[in-house]
Design a protein around this ligand. Structure first.
Ligand code: 1GP
Length: 234
């Protein structure tokens, strides 16, 4: 099955719990990015997600929800990405919340609009690491094992190397991509300008840009050009 995200090289991740003016949202949605991903690790509600989705919907680019809690799932996105944290011992973040969701909604889920993400959480200070109890201080070999688990054992369509809030070790990202066969490798974390975006885009299939949108819009827009200038990862 081919997925919408397979052609994405640059994605902005927008947090429903943070303010973004109409003018800034306009610039983001017309930036030439491939897609908008809506999600966050805290403070995401049904209401703030509907609000942000309906504002993004005025634009043509695809819009996906990264589901963090069951009660914030909103109909109307093009795609739903479902994180499964691979480097935690807390089962609720691997399959627990997922199983609860399937017990309630398993009969009505539009499966062709869903894709699971095998998350490798690598910034120990990030909200997502604290929330999920991830063992974030792992080396490239351990990250590669997580990637193989996602790609080969679980056959998840996305391996997400998540450095949220810090720029990651691109050698580790390259190693993850080297051992990954079918899955797309997403990279996110600390991309703040043209150069960091370009380098990440030469290591991963898809580059996710988050915080800088809220800190420095112009720099955020430059990341699109950075990714466009990158060679495809080898
Ligand atoms: C967060 O991977 C994304 O989930 C992007 O990270 O906010 O550090 O850009 P940043």
């Amino acid at each position: 099955m081919s997925h919408l995200f397979e052609t994405w090289r640059h994605v902005f991740k927008l947090d429903p719990d943070r303010e973004l003016s109409d003018q800034d949202l306009d610039a983001i949605c017309l930036s030439g990015s491939d897609a908008i991903l809506v999600g966050g690790s805290s403070g995401v509600t049904y209401d703030n997600t509907v609000d942000l989705m309906s504002r993004i919907r005025r634009y043509e680019l695809p819009c996906a929800q990264e589901v963090s809690t069951l009660d914030s799932v909103v109909p109307g996105f093009d795609l739903y990405l479902i994180p499964m944290i691979l480097n935690t011992d807390r089962a609720e973040w691997i399959t627990g919340h997922h199983r609860a969701g399937l017990e309630s909604f398993g009969e009505v889920i539009p499966w062709d609009m869903l894709a699971a993400e095998g998350y490798i959480v690598l910034n120990p200070d990030s909200t997502v690491a604290h929330l999920t109890g991830a063992q974030a201080e792992i080396d490239a070999a351990a990250a590669a094992a997580c990637a193989r688990m996602a790609d080969k054992l679980m056959r998840l369509p996305i391996v997400y190397v998540e450095y949220s809030g810090m720029y990651g070790d691109l050698e580790l990202v390259r190693e993850v991509r080297r051992v990954t066969g079918e899955a797309s490798v997403f990279y996110g974390g600390g991309i703040r300008d043209y150069g960091t975006a370009l380098a990440a885009a030469e290591a991963a299939d898809t580059v996710v840009v988050g915080n800088i949108v809220y800190d420095d819009l112009k720099a955020a827009l430059d990341t699109v050009r950075g990714v466009r200038s990158a060679k495809s990862p080898t």
